[in-house]
Write a protein that binds this ligand. Structure first.
Ligand code: FEO
Length: 164
């Protein structure tokens, strides 16, 4: 059974992972509408990864004998300036999620909940990977540029980053 404070924050994290999934799905749809098929496919896959992050929390909470809660979600944005805007926002969003995970980790330590602390280490590593992934995409955009064939090259490049 989780302590109340930890449970509440874990349930908040479920909500955040669910929102992340919807945000990336919405971004994927925008990319597809612009003919950016590589980015659309990458973001669609990433959206389902976020659902995986949500289910993992869900399962863990229920295994402890506590109750995971499916909360209400805000609608994600669906209009973006350009592909750079999309990926700047993904990077910023992942940095926000990293902060939330760090807060959770700190709380489990303060509450001496070492099992949940241990469980959360997977998320700590995952956030490190995701920040690096999105930062890498932004760096490529800066190097290649989005003018002329640059946009096509970037889109193709992002399409190759789909994690199997
Ligand atoms: Fe579940 Fe992209 O963090």
């Amino acid at each position: 059974m989780l302590k109340k404070e930890v449970l509440n924050k874990m349930n908040e994290q479920i909500n955040l992972e669910h929102f992340s999934s919807n945000l990336y799905l919405s971004m994927s749809s925008w990319c597809k509408a612009q003919g950016l098929n590589g980015a659309a496919s990458f973001l669609e896959t990433h959206s389902s990864e976020e659902l995986g992050h949500m289910y993992k929390l869900f399962k863990y909470i229920n295994e402890t004998g506590s109750q995971a809660i499916v909360g209400a979600l805000d609608a994600p944005d669906y209009q973006f300036k350009d592909i750079k805007d999309v990926f700047e926002r993904t990077y910023k969003h992942e940095q926000f999620i990293t902060n939330k995970i760090n807060e959770l980790v700190e709380l489990t330590l303060a509450q001496k909940d070492y099992a949940t602390f241990n469980f959360l280490q997977w998320y700590v590593s995952e956030q490190h990977e995701e920040e690096a992934l999105f930062k890498g995409i932004l760096d490529k955009m800066s190097i290649i540029g989005l003018e002329g064939r640059g946009l096509h090259m970037i889109d193709k490049e992002i399409g190759t980053l789909v994690r199997k």
